[in-house]
Ligand binder design. Structure first.
Ligand code: ZN
Length: 232
């Protein structure tokens, strides 16, 4: 494992989140460090986030999606990414894998055209969530070959099978200590109130486990860089 030097990353930098909260859980400390260093950071949200509480009457999908988008922008502001540098595509949460289309790739390219990425933080290829894996495939189809791709893990430590982890011959693992950015990362995660128990009328709805939040705050954040550059 090698410590990641944020100042060595080419900009502009983009973080790609399948759902609102992935960027905070996976990359919150690094994003805060980049912002503090004055780097240009952008964020791309792929799905509408509207599938976390499908049985809630109080938060039907359109309302939930709108609230989650606001939470996403609030959390990113804490991490130093202003709303003007956020792009949300609104693809369907829970079904991203069914939307790996030319139209979706065109939407991603259009977003990146606003600030051609030098570095992209995207979900790890085998992060154990179907939308995260689909996000990897969507992004791999559009990243320019001279863009540095760093893959971050969200669910790997909690849910990963052995085969989900990167092999030593596959990637170099870079780590970033949460350290001084713990408070900013904690506040960014706390912005996602709908994922932390706000919605009371869907007992089967998603709630971020306190252990998961504690692990994300303890760090270090892990970033995987492929030896083959990720050409696909
Ligand atoms: Zn996610």
């Amino acid at each position: 494992m090698t410590p990641l030097d944020p100042l060595a990353l080419s900009g502009p930098l983009w973080v790609v989140a399948p759902h609102p909260d992935d960027e905070a859980l996976g990359c919150g400390a690094l994003l805060a460090a980049l912002a503090e260093a004055g780097r240009e950071v952008w964020a791309l949200l792929l799905t509408d986030g509207g599938f976390s509480h499908p049985a809630s009457k109080a938060y039907p999908r359109p309302r939930l999606s709108a609230v989650r988008l606001a939470e996403w922008r609030e959390g990113l502001s804490v991490l130093g990414v202003p709303p003007a540098r956020t792009v949300a595509l609104g693809l369907p949460d829970g079904a991203l894998g069914e939307h790996l289309t030319a139209a979706a790739r065109a939407q991603v390219r259009q977003a990146f055209a606003q600030a051609r990425p030098g570095t992209v933080l995207l979900p790890w290829e085998r992060d154990p969530h179907p939308d995260h894996r689909a996000a990897w495939h969507l992004l791999r189809g559009v990243l320019p070959s001279d863009t540095l791709a760093l893959e971050y893990a969200v669910w790997l430590p909690e849910r990963g099978a052995d085969a989900d982890w990167p092999r030593p011959d596959e990637v170099e693992e870079l780590t970033f200590a949460v350290g001084d950015w713990r408070d900013a990362k904690a506040r960014a995660i706390a912005s996602h109130r709908t994922q932390l128990g706000l919605i009371a009328d869907d007992p089967d709805g998603f709630v971020l486990a306190p252990e998961m939040v504690a692990r994300a705050l303890a760090g270090p954040e892990r970033y995987f860089r492929r030896f083959d550059g990720g050409a696909s």
